[in-house]
Write a protein that binds this ligand. Structure first.
Ligand code: NIG
Ligand code: FE
Length: 409
């Protein structure tokens, strides 16, 4: 199939480029008046309309983009979308002035979600979670990571991991799974007892998960806990992705880098020491502007990270407590509006770099021949700048996942 008359084809990246760092963040390949060919779910080629090989236009499956933009589908490398019920009661507490920490200390927060999940059947949890995944795909997300971490005991963590596997098997989006047993101390456990329980869960969790995560932050898990849990993860072949520096400067970035983390996430509160520790590492700093926005906490210092030669990924953190939205276009807009990234830097952050943060930037996250055809076709006249500027105007005409048009129902 060929998409013809593309106004701008953006996100073109050379084969073999797995992430963008520093000055490269400002670069992306853009081709005007283009065509793009899809074959067997993959990008087969692209070029200028003027050079479209004779005889290749006019097949019944061809599509006319009418001047719309084609860009890579969003990659969302940090979500907690498997959860039960709602925490809208806490939203009212928040409006009335309580902080995330105060809500958690009153038994709200993650433990509230854990109680709700405990009382919800596996089928119902799948059904509720799938609604969110469908919403995200409809908004242009082609790859997403989903974490456990509302189970907080062996049986309920496994229930979550099975639901994530079932989602992975039933959607055209690419799904990666992270074991976040260390999200909070489960009910009935001492701190020490729970850290041991997470270590003990690791072999079974590793049958489902690609990654291991720890909420290494004030009031949750220490760098020492993190070290123990990541060692247990490594013994089971799980690479880390870490929650760090959301509530305080936690030492989690350094712990993550030491353990070869694929990403360290949140980073709302960082000092130059964190930037220094990330330099020369394979770890992708990942910022979650949706939670900065919702919690009213600082936005990550993305420009300084980039200025120091680092890459930055942006993800939604979609969860019921700190970021109840999986809209990656809004994440991209916040990256521009509140973090002052340019539209191209923000694009790289929500596509190639977030694919890197899930270990899949060799197969998706850019317009590169051979990659999965995970693409967004916009309505006519859209550009990257408009995406972030007119940040609420509907822009999607069609989402393609593995080359297939997503049915919007
Ligand atoms: O990434 N920070 C820890 N975990 C989530 C919040 C989870 C929740 O409140 O349910 C986050 O912000
Ligand atoms: Fe999170």
């Amino acid at each position: 199939m060929i998409i013809r008359n593309i106004g701008e084809l953006v996100g073109i990246v050379r084969e073999g480029v797995l992430r963008k760092q520093g000055a490269e963040m400002a670069e992306t390949g853009i081709l005007k008046d283009a065509w793009l060919a899809i074959e067997d779910g993959r990008i087969a080629g692209f070029g200028k309309m003027a050079d479209l090989p004779a005889g290749s236009a006019g097949s019944p499956t061809d599509m006319d983009a009418h001047g719309g933009m084609v860009m890579p589908a969003f990659c969302d490398s940090h979500t907690h979308i498997v959860y039960a019920g709602s925490r809208d009661g806490e939203f009212l507490d928040k409006i009335n002035g309580l902080s995330y920490e105060e809500i958690a200390a009153r038994g709200g927060g993650i433990l509230n979600s854990s109680d709700l999940l405990h009382g919800t059947s596996e089928d119902e949890l799948y059904r509720q979670s799938m609604e969110r995944v469908r919403e995200m795909m409809g908004k242009g997300t082609g790859t997403l990571e989903i974490k456990s971490g509302y189970g907080l005991n062996p049986a309920d963590e496994l229930k979550m991991l099975r639901v994530i596997r079932r989602i992975r098997e039933s959607v055209p989006a690419l799904v990666r799974c992270t074991f976040l047993g260390a999200h909070a101390i489960g009910r009935g456990y001492t701190h020490e007892g729970y850290v041991q329980a997470v270590v003990d869960m690791m072999p079974q969790a590793a049958e489902y998960a690609d990654f291991v995560d720890v909420f290494c932050d004030e009031g949750f898990f220490t760098p020492e806990d993190t070290d123990r849990i990541l060692k247990a993860g490594a013994a089971c072949g799980l690479r880390p992705k870490i929650h760090a520096n959301e509530l305080a400067v936690s030492g989690g970035v350094q712990a993550g880098v030491q353990h070869g983390a694929l990403s360290v996430d949140h980073l709302e509160r960082t000092t130059d020491a964190e930037i220094e520790s990330l330099r020369g590492s394979a770890t992708m700093p990942t910022m979650l502007p949706g939670s900065s926005f919702f919690l009213g906490i600082p936005f990550g210092r993305a420009k300084e990270f980039i200025g120091a030669g680092l890459g930055v990924a942006l993800a939604s953190d979609y969860n019921p407590g700190s970021s109840p939205s999986g809209d990656m276009r809004f994440v991209m807009a916040l990256g521009c509006i509140r973090m002052r990234l340019t539209p191209v830097q923000a694009l790289n952050a929500v596509t190639l770099n977030s694919a890197y943060a899930m270990g899949v930037s060799d197969i998706t996250g850019s317009v590169t021949p051979g990659k999965r055809a995970d693409l967004i076709l916009t309505r006519p006249g859209w550009t990257l700048t408009k995406l972030a500027y007119l940040y609420q105007t509907p822009f999607i005409r069609q989402v393609f996942l593995k080359g297939e048009s997503l049915r919007q129902d």
